[in-house]
Design a protein around this ligand. Structure first.
Ligand code: DXP
Ligand SMILES: NCC(=O)COP(=O)(O)O
Length: 241
């Protein structure tokens, strides 16, 4: 069974930090702690409105991290320039609306091919691994293939929100999309909304190579500490394989 990495998203450490406009708590310190506890990578979403992660956070993460940085970014010239400046290990292109509370769905890689193609090429030429945050939809997998994206991250938000048979059906859709992507040589990641209670069926999908998890882990860290909750999530993922 393939390796399954845990990417810890530290956006909401910055949410707490920004509540007072000081430097505490430091997202970079959280990232280093998460790495020590078993995170195989760190994800940070530099949003257009900088509601949490800031440009300075990205600069420090790029300079100080001991594990790969996965920069989540909207498909804009501004974010492309920032990615090319800091050269993270990876860039995950995500849809973004200022009015959204959090990411609400996957990127329309199919409908935005002409916008995304030059951006993916520039990132690839800069040796930044491109990932597309998409719905578990065969048409979006095919679009990622056309764009030459080496990685897709399947949106698990709907799976996390559903219950019963509807959740089972969404899990099947994710598993089918993972199998289709892997069969076409695309590395499969998954994320959004994952918790201790819902992670195991996603971690058990054999083609999934990385889970990106943030909000829940940072919330749990308030009660049990970041190191212990990262270790527990790591253990659940290991047990699922
Ligand atoms: C793309 C995704 O699901 C998350 O990584 C994203 O960062 C969510 O946005 P917030 O972190 O602002 O909630
Ligand atoms: N791409 C998903 C991610 O990085 C974390 O999403 P969430 O766990 O904060 O919902």
């Amino acid at each position: 069974m393939s390796e399954l990495r845990l990417g810890v998203n530290i956006d909401h450490v910055a949410t707490v930090r920004n509540a007072r406009g000081s430097g505490y708590p430091d997202p970079v310190r959280a990232a280093l702690l998460a790495a020590q506890a078993g995170a195989g990578g760190i994800t940070a979403h530099l949003r257009e409105d900088r509601r949490h992660i800031t440009d300075a956070d990205i600069a420090r993460l790029a300079a100080e991290l001991t594990v790969p940085l996965n920069l989540e970014m909207a498909a804009t010239d501004e974010m492309l320039a920032i990615a090319l400046r800091h050269r993270p290990h990876a860039a995950c292109i995500v849809p973004e609306k200022r009015e959204e509370r959090t990411t609400e769905g996957g990127l329309d890689a199919r409908g935005q091919h002409d916008l995304l193609a030059p951006m993916c090429a520039e990132l690839r030429n800069a040796n930044i691994r491109v990932s597309l945050f998409i719905e578990p939809d065969p048409a979006q997998i095919e679009a990622a293939l056309r764009l030459g994206a080496p990685v897709v991250e399947l949106h698990t938000g709907r799976y996390c929100e559903l219950e019963g048979e509807a959740r089972t059906a969404e899990l099947r859709r994710i598993a089918d999309a993972a199998a289709l992507a892997a069969k076409n040589g695309i590395e499969v990641h998954a994320g959004h909304g994952l918790t201790f209670d819902n992670v195991v069926p996603i971690a058990a999908i054999p083609q999934v190579r990385e889970l990106n998890i943030g909000h829940f882990l940072i919330g749990e860290a308030i009660f049990d500490g970041l190191g212990p909750v990262v270790k527990r999530m790591r253990a659940l993922m290991d047990a699922a394989r």
